[in-house]
Ligand binder design. Structure first.
Ligand SMILES: NC(=O)c1ccc[n+]([C@@H]2O[C@H](COP(=O)([O-])OP(=O)(O)OC[C@H]3O[C@@H](n4cnc5c(N)ncnc54)[C@H](OP(=O)(O)O)[C@@H]3O)[C@@H](O)[C@H]2O)c1
Length: 291
């Protein structure tokens, strides 16, 4: 048997806290009997360039995941971008190849995977998207590419929301977009009409400092939510976020961010190893890490 050389993968971010990617990816690598190691690498923003140059010097560095706050900041350090990374201006996966470092955005595939699994058809639908940050960028791109008809984007900063829509305008297909502040009097009416509501803000996640305010923030917005709607919270802890609890009580279908986390990680695994990810193993590792 020819032994493979050990390779190193990493997650790059700051701060990394208790990132779940190392547990999930290491379980997948071990399951596939790959002698690879996946490590959390934390660096403060002024050190990002030095850290990336250091990684370039390593013979067995195979790639990385990239998380907050570096999804945009890593781009100048890469040699190529996938079309999705180019369009969204955000990279969450780096693959080291023979020709250089390539940036990908697997949040797009990751976001769509739970919808595909449920056979939720996006063409012609009305969607509401909360948030205008990095994850919202991937979601907006995915919704546009999949043929969603109306997209209302809610933010707390109109300028940031406009910048997001302008940056992606060539990728939104036939979608009609509208931007509203959360407190806009038309907010509840838009939500009432939505087939799909996506929360791409951290409000209500375990990591959020304003967590306690989440239920009172969301309750008035969900006043008219249809029981036929699907509510998708990108946060992965707690499994039933305040938003999902309210939506469930209204009879709506819900999805939490755990499936997306696994799906974006599975796509990264495929890009690094050229083999299919053991999704069930990754789900199991994630669930036990979350316990
Ligand atoms: N499941 C997954 O695989 C996955 C993948 C990526 C992200 N996520 C989750 O998605 C969420 C967003 O991540 P991100 O990378 O997009 O973060 P980000 O770039 O920091 O963007 C966060 C967005 O939420 C808004 N926001 C923050 N606190 C808010 C509040 N209290 N009320 C209203 N809006 C608020 C921010 O508004 P301002 O711009 O005004 O600050 C911004 O638009 C996080 O919970 C993250 O864990 C999950």
């Amino acid at each position: 048997m020819r032994l493979q050389k050990p390779k190193v993968l990493a997650i790059l971010g700051y701060p990394l806290g208790h990132s779940l990617s190392p547990v999930m990816q290491q379980a997948a690598l071990d399951y596939r009997n790959l002698p690879w190691y996946y490590v959390p690498l934390e660096m403060a923003p002024p050190q990002l360039g030095a850290a990336l140059r250091g990684l370039r010097a390593l013979e067995n560095f195979a790639g990385a995941n990239v998380t907050i706050p570096y999804k945009e900041a890593v781009i100048p350090f890469l040699d190529f971008l996938s079309p999705e990374a180019q369009a969204t201006g955000a990279v969450n996966t780096i693959v080291v190849g023979e020709k250089g470092w390539k940036g990908y955005n697997t949040d797009i595939v990751g976001f769509l995977a739970p919808l595909r699994r449920r056979r939720f058809r996006l063409p012609g639908k009305s969607a509401v998207l909360w948030g205008t940050g990095g994850a919202a960028r991937a979601v907006l791109y995915a919704l546009g590419q999949e043929g969603v008809e109306y997209i209302t984007i809610f933010g707390r900063n109109l300028l940031k929301a406009r910048k997001l829509v302008t940056a992606l305008k060539n990728f939104l297909g036939p979608a009609k977009t509208e931007i509203l502040l959360f407190q806009d009097p038309r907010a509840a009416a838009r939500i009432q009409k939505a087939h799909l509501l996506i929360n791409a803000t951290p409000l209500g996640s375990a990591a959020d400092k304003e967590n306690k305010k989440a239920t009172s923030f969301y309750r008035p917005l969900l006043r008219g939510l249809s029981s036929k709607a699907l509510v998708y919270d990108l946060s992965y802890t707690p499994p039933l976020t305040p938003l999902l609890k309210l939506a469930k009580n209204k009879g709506a279908a819900i999805i939490n961010g755990q499936e997306m986390l696994v799906a974006q990680g599975a796509e990264a695994f495929r890009l690094w190893t050229h083999g299919a990810a053991p999704i069930k193993i990754m789900e199991k590792a994630l669930k036990s890490a979350l316990k």
